[in-house]
Design a protein around this ligand. Sequence first.
Ligand SMILES: Cc1ncc(COP(=O)(O)O)c(C=O)c1O
Length: 290
Amino acid sequence: MALVPFDQLQGKIWMDGDIVDWSDAHIHVLSHGLHYGSVVFEGERIYNGKIFQSRAHSQRLVGSAQMLGMDMPYSVDELEQIKRETADIQGLDDAYVRVVAWRGSDQMGISAQATKTHMACAIWAWPSYFPLEARLKGIKLQTSRWKRPSPDTIPCHAKAAGLYMICTLSKHEAEAQGFDDALMHDYRGYVAEATGANVFFQDGKTLHTPTPDCFLNGITRQTVMQLAKDHGLEVIERHIKPEEIADFHGCFITGSAAEVTPVALIDEHEFVVSDEIRALLTAYDALVRA
Ligand SMILES: Cc1ncc(COP(=O)(O)O)c(C=O)c1O
């Protein structure tokens, strides 16, 4: 299937208070966000016409802007309204929602005190999952040489564009070696997360997941932790050393885009897609459509 470039999709985009044609949603080349990474964003999904955990995503966007010292001209309630309005116009049942805010071109240089924050909301069709059988085979992760940075290096809890530079580098390197995605360690050497998703490991009836002290505490992660507890699993958040990976028999990643995706391999370590992981995947799919 030929890839349609994202600037050539059809529909309308909400941009700075206006509804514009998809092909007219431009920014100036001298936008601060483009040069200096002053960009925050959200990735959300619409299931059966409803945005899952919409408010939590809006709250995170406002928090991310605050962490970057960016003015956010919209409140959480206004963001909810903007997403609803865009979703109504696009009228899609299963879709992806991207809200992005960036510093404009009012000032060009490191200092950005005079810049205004711009925002856009784009929604495009995204069927909600691969055929179940394909997902249940599990994906392959390769450990990245890039590390999640320490909290005193960068605002690591913000969903900010700048933090994805190392994710793209990691993912490209993994893909070049035949893997689907990369597993990143943190600056201390602990297991952290995949390039766009959190990670869980299974040992019997217990799930272990890295403490999110230098990366996103994903909204899906939090949802799945509750689901796991509801399914009688114990969930332990802790620092996980890479050498422990060989002791786990199951692994999966979670994210708004990834949903619950089993992992079959990390480097040379193989995992089974256990009954418990299957059950969590199914329970998550049911919850988002409830
Ligand atoms: C780096 C990173 N970690 C974790 C996540 C999972 O976050 P969420 O479940 O809120 O989508 C994402 C996705 O946004 C991500 O990009």
